[in-house]
Design a protein around this ligand. Structure first.
Ligand SMILES: Cc1ncc(COP(=O)(O)O)c(C=O)c1O
Length: 377
């Protein structure tokens, strides 16, 4: 079953008729929402053991790993902190890829934790190349870890993760990956690419509400956690692994979110990973073709455009906010503006998760009407 095609376009509207075409939170399928209404179960008992065990197995399949997957209550930013406090110690040197607002923030979080962060910054809209990454690692000398933003949600750029991970592994650095807007939307081969901590949040291509932080964690990362110099309780990976081995979580499980995630994982695997990634890539292509046809300029460097969202410049003389507001007022479709320094220079259309072609076509038509002042919509 192709999940994106499984229901009608109307099903994917919000109850007030609006459409969510922002790059997260994404549209949550009714089946996932319904799963959240499950009554509470004892958070330590056989039902939880089955639920959690099933989730971890399915999430391992999506991450293509035989090592560990853990879930905590939280969002993507929680994943940054969890990776830092488990794997590193104050003063450790890290190289951080900065090609947009989220990479910048991840690097800043590292600095707040007292790490010696060496940012590799490129113009927003560009990708991080393996060559530049290798040079940055060489310049930095002895590096304990790297922070890689797989998909930069502020610019619609996907960095070449397998190649970047290869460079980092050659340098003996732990590979920490922000996969917040890539997980479940594009391939993530944790074992093959030798990634150590891959974090994401439920509210993107996982098709869930915000509230769950998902992390794939390597054995090498678990070993590194034993020598980390940070105090931690909630995020402690070994406590969580021990609890999960016993069929529960270290602290009270986010029961409703777990039911949601279990159902969403089932939908992703029913569709099939390859099919889901192909659908996402096609939606990206469809969006970019439509944007180009409107004479608008794509923001991402060619060759690195994201399958989960598309960023583009509004027409000359029109602010991104004005375009967003016009689209909203005419059609009830919610597209996004940019972030940080490029907030008013960029619009973004999210196409990750529970999405099919018709609503992208409708969104492109709404953008067309907004930029041409066509009042028929
Ligand atoms: C790439 C990326 N990293 C990190 C975050 C931060 O996640 P959160 O807002 O869920 O804490 C986001 C949020 O959109 C993101 O897109």
């Amino acid at each position: 079953m192709e999940q994106g095609q499984a229901t009608t376009m109307a099903d994917r509207r919000l109850s007030d008729g609006r459409w969510l075409r922002i790059p997260g939170p994404t549209v949550v399928p009714p089946r996932v929402l319904a799963a959240m209404t499950h009554e509470m179960i004892p958070h330590r008992g056989p039902e939880m053991q089955r639920l959690l065990g099933g989730i971890i197995e399915k999430a391992k399949t999506v991450h293509e790993t035989r090592q560990h997957v853990l879930v905590w209550p939280g969002t993507g930013s929680a994943g940054w902190e969890a990776a830092i406090v488990n794997l590193l110690s104050p003063g450790d040197r890290v190289v951080a890829t900065v090609c947009g607002a989220f990479g910048k923030r991840f690097a800043e979080v590292g600095t707040r934790f007292g790490l010696d962060v060496r940012p590799l910054a490129v113009h927003w809209g560009q990708a991080i190349t393996p060559e530049a990454f290798a040079a940055a690692l060489d310049d930095a000398g002895s590096v304990k870890a790297v922070f890689i933003t797989h998909n930069e949600t502020s610019t619609g750029v996907t960095n070449p993760l397998p190649e970047l991970a290869r460079v980092a592994n050659r340098a003996g650095a732990l590979v920490i990956v922000d996969a917040v807007s890539s997980a479940a939307a594009m391939p993530l081969k944790v074992d093959e690419w030798e990634l150590d901590w891959v974090l994401s949040g439920a509210q993107k291509a996982w098709m869930c509400p915000p509230g769950l932080m998902i992390s794939a964690i390597s054995e090498r990362a678990v070993a590194a956690s034993r020598t980390s110099g940070y105090p931690r309780f909630f995020w402690d990976v070994e406590s969580m692994l021990k609890a999960v081995a016993g069929g529960s979580t270290a602290t009270t499980a986010p029961v409703s979110m777990l039911y949601a995630f279990n159902t969403a994982l089932g939908m992703i695997l029913d569709e099939g990973l390859e099919q889901a990634y192909t659908r996402q890539a096609r939606l990206g292509e469809l969006t970019r073709t439509g944007v180009r046809k409107l004479g608008l300029e794509l923001f991402a460097e060619p060759g690195y455009e994201s399958a989960s969202l598309t960023a583009f410049r509004p027409p000359r003389g029109m602010a991104a906010k004005a375009l967003r507001d016009r689209v909203r007022a005419r059609t009830g479709i919610e597209i996004a503006i940019g972030q940080g320094d490029i907030a008013d220079q960029v619009n973004r259309i999210g196409h990750m998760g529970w999405v099919a072609a018709p609503e992208i076509e409708a969104t492109l038509e709404a953008v067309r009407a907004a930029v041409t002042e066509d009042d028929r919509l």
